[in-house]
Design a protein around this ligand. Sequence first.
Ligand SMILES: [Zn+2]
Length: 160
Amino acid sequence: MQVTDKKIVIIDFVMKDDEGTIIEAFNEGNFGYLHGANNILPGLERALTGKSKGDQISVTLSPEEAYGEIDTQQIQQVPRSMFPQDQAIAEGMQFHAQTPEGQPIIVTVVNVEDEHIVIDGNHPLAGITIHCDATVVDVREPTELELNHGHYHEAGSCNN
Ligand SMILES: [Zn+2]
């Protein structure tokens, strides 16, 4: 069976940055996704299209094909008063926030000053070129529930 839209695909993969540091890895046949449903990075999905069980791929994804370029407009100075007064704010802390359009994002504190805090709303992996090696472990038809939910169910159960 080939990897096409609306197939459940199980892959083992390792993602590394330019320095060879592992960003994410799955190697026990426990990562699955629904092909063509935006479950995984588009560049990776494209490389897997048409492959079969046992096939291996190796792709390099530019930031644009992965988590996006760094958008300097996402780096902002905000008043200290926007954060809870009783909480110590330190560089590297992450907070859940929303874009003006209401999309949930994670912002990272990059600098703390007396009156202001500089936050970065870019994805933590923005601007990074990703090297991915993947092996197709299995390709199967989705269950009706998986198709309805638009994602893979490990061992038949929904974790979302
Ligand atoms: Zn589900």
